[in-house]
Structures are given as C-alpha cells and as structure tokens.
Design a protein. Structure first.
Length: 438
C-alpha cells in the first residue's frame, strides 16, 4: 500500500484494528450459537459481549507482542481476548480452526471493499453519462489502427465507456456475491467438532452466505474470480485513460486533462501540459492486473489446506482494492473536468479532404451497377491522390472529375455521399440501447 495512491475509507478496511474487530465478531457470534446449542455456557457468550461493549479499543501492539512469542496470529488474538475477558473466554473458539476466522474475516473485508468499489463505479457512471449526453452530437473522427476511419461523435465515445463500466459494475456485484461466503466448519471442513448451525448463525450476522463445501479453507477459485474482476476493471480504466492520452497529443488535441492554475507540466519546458493523470492511471492499472496471476495460482492448494495462499493475500487484498479505489476516483475526476474541443474535432475531421466518406461512394457505385472490385479501384485511386496531398486535394472534387465515376453517379449523387449527418443518424438508437429510452 502506497499512501500516495490510497484513500482513507478503503485503507481503513485493511487496518489491523478492523481485522481484529471482525475476528472478535466471528468468535463472539459463534459462541452465541454454541451457547444456544448448549455446548458452552450462555454466560461465556455474555461475558465476551459485555467486555466488548465496554472496551472496544483494539490493542494491536499487545496482540503483536503475544504473536512474537506464539508465532501464530489467531492464537495471539485469542490470548489477548482471554487476558481481558477472564475465565469465560476459555469457551471461545470451540470446535473452530484458524481458517474459520481468517477466511471468514477476509470475506467480510473483501465485501466491504467491494461496496466502496461499487460506489466508485456508480460515481464514474454518473460522470460518463453526463459527458455522453453533453457531447451526444459533437462530431469527431473515428479511428481504426490510429488512422482516420469514419465520423462518430464524442458522445458515442463516452457512451461506449459508460457501457463498459456498467458491465464492470455487474461483474463486481457478482464477484462480491461469490466472495462473501462464511466457513465455520472446523479442521478439514467436516463439522466434526462444531455444528453447521453455528456457521449459519455467523454467516447471517455478518451478511455472508454459507460456503457449501469448505475443506478447512474457502475454495480459492472464488478469490481468483474476484481479483480477476478487479483486473478487468483496471484494464477498462487503462483503455479510457489511453484514449484521453491520445486525444491530448499536440497533433490531435481534441480533449485534454484539466490544467489547474499554477500547475506545472515540465521542470524544463514551461509550455508543457502533459496528460499526467491518465499516464498515472495506466501505471496503476498495470499494478492491479499484476495481482491477478498470484490469485489464480492460489487456487491450487495441497489437499484440504496449506498456507501458500496466505502471504499472497496479505499483499493483494489490500493493495489491489486500495489501488483500484484510488484509480477509479482519479478517473472520475479526469472525466468530470475533461476539457473538450469541438472545433478541433471538426478541424481534424475535415483534415484529409473528405476521405472519411469513401465508403459511401464505394457502396453507391456498387448499387449503380459497378462491380465491387471496380468500385473499390475507382474510389481508392482518387483517395490516394488526396492522401498523398496531405488533404490539400478534395476527394469529392476528384471523384466529380473522374469520368469512370461520373459514368455511374451524377454530380449531385456524389455530393450527397459527403453528408456528415448520414453517419450520425443512429446515434439516438445507440444511446437508447446504452441509457434506455429518454
């Protein structure tokens, strides 16, 4: 976790205090259920809650000091609680194993982190929809392979981003449900020393579902899917960030990150306004994706359990969620304040002498009876003259002067094929698909 790329609410989820608080709740709720079953005295559960309700401060240093001797984190925590609660604490952790606490607590933390990330996505979606509607009919050039293709609108670019992040939200909601499971099944997961009723009780209290089959640990395919989902979201962040970086290039300059008063772009060149935020987002996305492979490798544990996954998750749980939380918030800010230049978009759209309308002429020639091969040849030979002139020549004028073209199409028909509005006639249909009917 790097403080520079961390936000307080997400960071708080991964503090020792929060982790130990969840551990206590798991143990206390389990003791409640055991007391109802008559396995332990009801006074034991009451004693735990009585102490907790009057002394909620977690002494992390004291727990760490015990762990330095025991070399076991859960035992250290149980010892610290017993030192504070007294004799009744001996009934805590009856029939449970450490993974019951560790895995269930991790599930709670990942669910908490998911809730923040879902809220982040919601905030981003609001901004993307606003920018999409704002520029719904702002014409700009669409590019394939980085080369001018055909006209689109900037609003469609934003609508595409909205649809992608809406899918990501749905994926994260599903991943949250998949990861939010509770396992209180004892050593090797057979419930030999603890009744499944206890697991069900703890799951309900913590807002989790019961893990159908735990081997002593919750199966790590769930975690792999969760972190893979974070990786997909990170890739979507990078895709949109890369689009902004391209649009801010001097040769393009159709949009750029907001440049605040007093901001400096370069220590050497005072004129620079660099896309530093979206470049930063590209790097952060790489980091989040970097945590996916370790999560996938954690799936293959030995037999009913080993702890090769444990050290990995101590890294990737906090780091992936904290980094993604920061990245989503930063992207939302970038898109909210993104400076858009419609006039520059129009200038770039018209830069290459009407080449962007070549397909319409090609199709018109085929419909006029010219073979597709000959139609392509006729349009391309004129288009290449425009290309070689760097847009100084006009495709429309060249086509009107080409006798093979005018033998099939009238001047009026050629001119009609250069109507920009033709390319935008289905924008409303696409918006309705993305945002629903207005």
């Amino acid at each position: 976790m790097v403080p520079r790329y961390s936000r307080p609410d997400m960071t708080a989820i991964w503090t020792p205090e929060n982790r130990f608080r969840i551990w206590f709740e798991i143990e206390a709720h389990a003791t409640d259920a055991l007391a109802e079953l008559g396995v332990v005295p009801k006074e034991a559960a009451a004693a735990l809650w009585a102490w907790w309700n009057t002394n909620p401060v977690i002494d992390v240093a004291a727990i760490d000091a015990i762990e330095a001797v025991t070399k076991h984190d859960v035992i250290a925590f149980l010892t610290w609680v017993a030192d504070n609660v007294g004799d009744q604490a001996r009934f805590m952790h009856q029939g449970m194993t450490s993974s019951d606490v560790l895995d269930t607590a991790l599930a709670v933390q990942l669910a908490q982190a998911s809730d923040l990330l879902i809220a982040d996505l919601d905030a981003l979606l609001v901004v993307l929809e606003r920018r999409a509607r704002e520029h719904k009919m702002t014409p700009t050039i669409g590019r394939s392979h980085g080369i001018h293709a055909e006209p689109v609108t900037f609003g469609l670019k934003m609508a595409q981003a909205y649809a992608e992040f809406a899918r990501n939200r749905a994926r994260l909601v599903a991943a949250r449900a998949d990861i939010a499971t509770c396992a209180i099944s004892g050593a090797v997961g057979t419930f030999a020393n603890i009744d499944p009723v206890v697991e069900a009780h703890v799951a309900k209290k913590l807002g989790l579902t019961v893990e159908p089959v735990s081997t002593q640990v919750i199966p790590r395919d769930r975690h792999a899917m969760f972190f893979a989902t974070l990786g997909v979201i990170a890739s979507s962040i990078e895709r949109l960030a890369t689009e902004v970086r391209h649009l801010q290039r001097t040769e393009v300059l159709e949009a750029e990150e907001f440049f605040s008063p007093g901001q400096k772009g370069s220590s050497a060149m005072p004129h620079k306004r660099n896309p530093v935020l979206t470049e930063n987002l590209t790097g952060l996305a790489r980091m989040v994706r970097g945590y996916v492979t370790p999560a996938l490798e954690n799936v293959a544990l030995w037999h009913e359990r080993d702890i090769s996954h444990s050290s990995v998750e101590r890294y990737i749980g906090p780091d992936a969620t904290i980094t993604l939380d920061f990245a989503l918030q930063r992207l939302t800010g970038v898109m909210d304040k993104l400076v858009v230049y419609p006039a520059r978009m129009e200038k770039n759209l018209n830069k290459m002498g009407g080449l962007v309308h070549s397909q319409r002429v090609l199709l018109a020639l085929t419909q006029a009876g010219v073979s597709r091969e000959d139609s392509y040849r006729l349009v391309q030979r004129n288009a290449m003259k425009v290309w070689d002139s760097d847009g100084a020549l006009s495709l429309m004028e060249l086509l009107k002067a080409d006798p093979e073209v005018t033998a099939a199409l009238s001047v009026a028909e050629i001119e009609d094929k250069f109507d920009l509005g033709y390319h935008l006639k289905h924008v409303d249909t696409i918006f309705a698909r993305v945002f629903g009917q207005a």
